[in-house]
Write a protein that binds this ligand. Structure first.
Ligand code: NDP
Length: 327
């Protein structure tokens, strides 16, 4: 038996409990992992509260990412004792996830822990940091450099936003943070924001084109915010869109695309091929300033996962919550 969070649904009623689970109920997979750390992302907020149908099979152990030690493996790439990490692949949504002491997954979903990072650090980064890195790599491939001009990060005090700021400033970009938490201005500046602005200016319907300001942007908010960010891009600028914290809609016009030649990149971290993942984790290991990592992260025990998930969804969390599953 092992401890884990279990989300179930009977009729329209969702139940959530930290409970004893049986190894024989673990899903199919060729690698069994003793989970060390998992995290609370926006998705866990949606899963624990049932506000959006991210959990598509019940009962489900939530947790879209984890780090841990391989206990048993029938996969040629992994052996007992290997330290591994996992993000995405539908884990915590359609396949039991990381918010439990054991996980059984497909070996092809795992990557080995990067040498430069501890298991705790990999989950302090977690899906949020890895997604921010994928977004930055898309902007780099577009050709953006610090000489291109200012970059904007929306949802800046959140998980993806905090990492986007920290990484972009380390890379030498002048980066502006858009936030609803102006009280966190000092935090955002210590991560590397050159300027902090109120997200209210992006939240409501705006004009098809605005003053050309941003060479690039990373948006985890969607809806009117993403539309207004696109409207304010410089000629041939690029936006990497990865989230929907304001909404899933995109009530835009084509004006910035056809008059300013801007590009909108969609960032998916969940089904990203392994080669891209390995490249992103290598960059993270090389780039990330560990003092900034500590600033972004707070650690909580497994028992606190539900409360933390609710707090993330209510916008009460700054940065990220890493869950110490092994205790
Ligand atoms: P967080 O909750 O940590 O951050 C989201 C931030 O968005 C908040 O901190 C807040 O920042 C801002 N925000 C929240 N509500 C609103 C609102 N109504 N209007 C405008 N801004 C708002 O979440 P994560 O960083 O973990 O994830 C961010 C988004 O990215 C989520 O939608 C998530 O689902 C998505 N995501 C997508 C991935 C992918 O593969 N595409 C992977 C990971 C995440 P502030 O207070 O500073 O304004």
């Amino acid at each position: 038996m092992f401890k884990g969070w279990l989300i179930d649904k009977i009729g329209d009623v969702q139940t959530v409990a930290l409970t004893d689970l049986d190894e024989k109920d673990l899903p199919e997979g060729d690698v069994t992992v003793r989970v060390a750390y998992s995290t609370i992302n926006y998705k866990e907020g949606l899963a624990f509260t049932g506000r959006s149908p991210v959990v598509r099979r019940f009962p489900m152990v939530p947790g879209v990412d984890f780090s841990g030690i391989v206990e048993e493996s029938n996969h040629p790439g992994f052996a007992a004792g290997d330290e591994v990490i996992l993000n995405g692949w539908g884990v915590g949504e359609v396949h039991w996830g990381g918010l439990a002491e054991r996980a059984r997954v497909k070996g092809e979903w795992l990557i080995k822990r990067p040498e430069a990072l501890s298991m705790r650090q990999t989950m302090a980064i977690g899906t949020a940091g890895y997604t921010a890195m994928l977004a930055i790599m898309a902007l780099e491939r577009h050709g953006l450099t610090p000489a291109s001009g200012e970059l904007l990060v929306t949802g800046a005090s959140g998980g993806v936003g905090s990492f986007a700021l920290a990484l972009l400033s380390t890379l030498g970009f002048r980066v502006v943070a858009s936030t609803g938490k102006l009280a966190e201005t000092e935090y955002l500046k210590s991560l590397g924001a050159a300027e902090v602005i109120d997200r209210a200016q992006f939240s409501l319907p705006g004009k098809p084109l605005a003053r050309e300001r941003w060479a690039g942007a990373i948006d985890s908010v969607g809806s009117h915010t993403l539309v207004n960010v696109c409207a304010g891009m410089k000629y041939r600028g690029a936006v990497a869109a990865c989230g929907l914290a304001q909404g899933m809609d995109f009530p835009a016009t084509v004006a910035p695309f056809i008059l300013r030649g801007i590009t909108l990149y969609g960032i998916d971290s969940v089904y990203r091929p392994i080669a891209d993942r390995a490249a992103a984790w290598e960059r993270l290991a090389a780039l990330l300033d560990i003092t900034k990592l500590d600033l972004i992260t707070q650690e909580r025990p497994l028992a606190d996962a539900q409360a933390a998930a609710e707090a993330v969804l209510e916008g009460r969390i700054r940065g990220r919550v890493v869950i110490n599953v092994a205790g």
